[in-house]
Design a protein around this ligand. Structure first.
Ligand code: PEP
Ligand code: MN
Length: 353
């Protein structure tokens, strides 16, 4: 791996399981140029009865990684007692997990415990897509004088069915980037995707969006892992994945231009995704209106209503510098599709009667 390519790569197992698993994984990572090692000691499992981590005893294994391989090591903390144990072991970097950043009481407890220690804190996004909670967690740290922090985007839980374990909601990452411009901002494609197969595409997307690095789970034997087995790669696989990833500077003779274009394209992709979602919810409302019209025996086409909608859209567009002809074309296409949908509701119902 060209370690200069991606500014921050944190890797290591979801959970520290044994001393030899930790050391073997760390050696493999060190060999491919990774300098930041992660391993969960206290595991916040969604359901009880699963492997809940080895706890404090794993700190000695992390110390060995640090001392023998010169890597910087970190683990997840969720309580003041975890922080205390990490400080005793001399760790200078920790992360706050998604289940914890969701809870202001716990974040406050951690902010109090970490205050004045000089420990670098990475804050994962909360489980649910609430910017306020994420920002609030950062503010709690800042109020305790903790300005040395980074962010990790690991996606948000969602009721919608999708291929990823957690919904990326890239617009949230873009907004956090805008709000915290100088702050190291990483993506965790392991927890976002939930499967090794999605790690490359999610990592690339994050880099294209201008994020500074990646936290990727790795294990010397992923299939034997006691937690998150599906989303961990071997150190060798990680090396190959990172080598494939394209950073903006490496892809152009004019890096500044390529960088600007890649960032804007990533924004466009996010906006387009939202546009499609908005169109789908508009269509759902339109279908509901179609059902109401049918029940009340009202005609599908209501020209005066449509004139009003179109005028309002054109006026709004003009205040935003949009060409009225373009707005008219777009809205006419939307309207045509809505009318077709409402007509088919009418006909389907008619044919059933
Ligand atoms: C982890 O990093 O192992 C972890 C539990 O992540 P998250 O808090 O993102 O679910
Ligand atoms: Mn994990």
């Amino acid at each position: 791996m060209d370690s200069k390519k991606i500014p921050y790569v944190i890797s290591g197992p979801c959970s520290a399981e044994t001393e030899s698993q930790v050391l073997e994984t760390a050696r493999g990572l060190s060999a491919i140029g990774v300098k930041l090692f992660r391993a969960g000691l206290w595991k916040p499992r969604t359901r009880p009865g699963n492997f809940e981590g080895v706890g404090e005893c794993g700190l000695a294994w992390l110390q060995r990684v640090r001392d023998e391989l010169g890597m910087r090591v970190c683990t997840e903390v969720a309580s003041a007692s975890h922080v205390e144990a990490c400080l005793k072991a001399g760790l200078d970097m920790v992360w706050i997990g998604a289940r914890t950043s969701t809870n202001p009481f716990l974040v406050q407890e951690l902010a109090d415990a970490l205050s004045g220690t000089g420990v670098f804190v990475l804050v994962k996004n909360p489980i649910n897509a609430d910017m306020g909670l994420w920002i609030g967690a950062i503010e709690r740290l800042q109020r305790r004088g903790l300005d040395d922090f980074g962010l990790i985007h690991r996606g948000f839980s969602s009721f919608e069915s999708m291929r990823y374990r957690n919904s990326p909601q890239w617009q949230m990452a873009a907004e956090m980037r805008r709000l915290y411009p100088g702050v190291p901002f990483l993506c965790d494609p392991s927890h976002m995707g939930g499967s090794v197969e999605y790690i490359p595409e999610l990592s690339q997307r994050a880099l294209d969006l201008g994020l500074d690095g990646l936290m990727i789970e790795s294990h010397c034997c992923p299939s034997c892992a006691l937690s998150d087995a599906k989303q961990q790669v071997t150190p060798e696989e990680l090396g190959r994945m990172l080598a494939q990833m394209c950073t903006r500077e490496s892809s152009s003779t004019n890096p500044a231009f390529e960088r600007a274009v890649a960032e804007q394209r990533a924004r466009i992709d996010t906006i387009d995704e939202n546009l499609v979602r908005l169109l789908a919810s508009r269509m759902e409302v339109s279908r509901e209106i179609g059902r109401l019209k049918k029940e009340n025996n009202v005609a599908v086409l209501q020209l005066s209503r449509w004139d009003g909608v179109l005028d309002a859209a054109i006026r709004e567009g003009q205040t935003l510098g949009m060409d009225p002809a373009f707005v008219r074309d777009v809205f006419n296409a939307i309207h045509a599709a809505s009318i077709a949908e409402q007509n088919s509701i009418l006909q389907n119902n008619d044919s059933k009667n």
